[in-house]
Design a protein around this ligand. Sequence first.
Ligand SMILES: *[C@@H]1O[C@H](CO)[C@@H](O)[C@H](O)[C@H]1NC(C)=O
Ligand SMILES: *[C@@H]1O[C@H](CO)[C@@H](O)[C@H](O)[C@H]1NC(C)=O
Ligand SMILES: *[C@@H]1O[C@H](CO)[C@@H](O)[C@H](O)[C@H]1NC(C)=O
Ligand SMILES: *[C@@H]1O[C@H](CO)[C@@H](O)[C@H](O)[C@H]1NC(C)=O
Length: 436
Amino acid sequence: MRIAINSYSNPMKAHLSDLPNGKNTYHSRPKKALLLGLTLFIATVTLHLLADSHSKLHSSVNKVSNSTSIRRMKDCDLFRGRWLPYQNAPYYTNETCHLIIDQQNCRKFGRPDTQFLKWRWKPDRCELPLFNAYHFLELVRGKSMAFVGDSVGRNQMDSLLCLLTRVEYPVDVSHKYTSDSKFKRWFYPNYKFTVANFWAPHLVKSMSAFAKGSSFNSLMNLYLDQVEETWSAQIADFDYVIISAGHWFFRPLMFYDNGKVVGCHRCFDKNIRDLTHYYGYKKAFKTTFSTLQNLPKYQGITFLRTFSPGHFENGSWDKGGNCPRAMPFTGREVSLADDYLEFYLIQMEEFRKAEIEGKKKGLKFIMIDTTEAMLLRPDGHPNYYGHNQDNNRTIADCVHWCLPGPIDTWNELLLQMLKMEAQKSFNKKLQKYTLW
Ligand SMILES: *[C@@H]1O[C@H](CO)[C@@H](O)[C@H](O)[C@H]1NC(C)=O
Ligand SMILES: *[C@@H]1O[C@H](CO)[C@@H](O)[C@H](O)[C@H]1NC(C)=O
Ligand SMILES: *[C@@H]1O[C@H](CO)[C@@H](O)[C@H](O)[C@H]1NC(C)=O
Ligand SMILES: *[C@@H]1O[C@H](CO)[C@@H](O)[C@H](O)[C@H]1NC(C)=O
């Protein structure tokens, strides 16, 4: 059962090992909330959803790109809503996009159901426009984008690569920068657009507490006052930086600050104070944002992609837990609770502070708040259908997301944020002229 869990000594298994160990917290806690109302779910949802014809959604979605509607978007919270059936999905398949890594290629590895692909996120008071790959690439022409975080961040990048294949396949230029397969860099020649991921599962500097490498659940040292240099050394050149972190904070952690142990999370050492994982999580974001704010030359827009919930049921990840559901939840059966809620609130708080601080320095911080939408998608994970062929598929992946799948929504949201940014800076310029 220790398969592939050592991310440090076995790069081949990087993605599997990227399965963080935080999952054991899910089942114990929201199980009640999760299952509550599940029976109601089938009855209510079906009626509810069928009432909304997808053709209506489709036709209005296509119109949303003029500035009137963008202005209306501003009054709409894109992140509160529900999933509606949508038959024209997905944007791509495992046949049309050959950039899906095995760990997330659920169809290739035998996932039998396809209904999980047939939903679109519908914000409560507006439409989320469809992803338009041309529009996206136009907006990022000549620019660069980095995903900094764990393998769920990489998961979003891979979704973006697939969404863009409709227009162009990127060139893999990773080898020019590193031989570590956890770091990828892609280049779109026609648009001079670069996209990269920087693997830093805790954002701050972290390493195994043991010289001989780590196992899945072994103690790690976190240096809470320093970010991981693998990303900070290169990030100043990027125009868009998407920060995320989550599940790696559930494992046992030793916290260092200014070179000294200040506490831990689940280290079970009676001489060291257990400060909980919340302490580490908060500090990691604080340090990350302040690093970005103080990097000479960094002019990028920083996005925070909020915590992405896992959905283990019937046991923790290492006790046979899995995620076999084939349908989304409605908002009524689940709510964020306990660790997940606390993580989310910590992110909100640190983001708000960063946003205010950033304003003083002319740096923009934007939130992509995907947590609520993803909480409703227990059906979107690889479960047993994403692993390397060489392992026995005894551990379910209920943390990452199938490609294609609901994670594609993150990039619909990202595009929308980019459009709104472009509109804002256009208006600003316009204002300058009209005032004159
Ligand atoms: C913009 O969209 C709105 C609503 O979708 C529509 O009423 C309006 O006519 C459109 N304006 C232009 C210039 O296309
Ligand atoms: C795509 O998935 C199908 C099953 O839906 C599978 O038969 C096929 O081999 C896969 N193709 C690729 C290129 O992964
Ligand atoms: C959980 O386990 C029980 C008993 O083993 C089984 O009947 C049930 O179907 C399982 N539920 C899920 C969601 O796997
Ligand atoms: C898979 O499991 C079987 C039986 O449990 C075992 O004999 C085999 O060696 C395992 N294969 C791998 C690749 O771990």
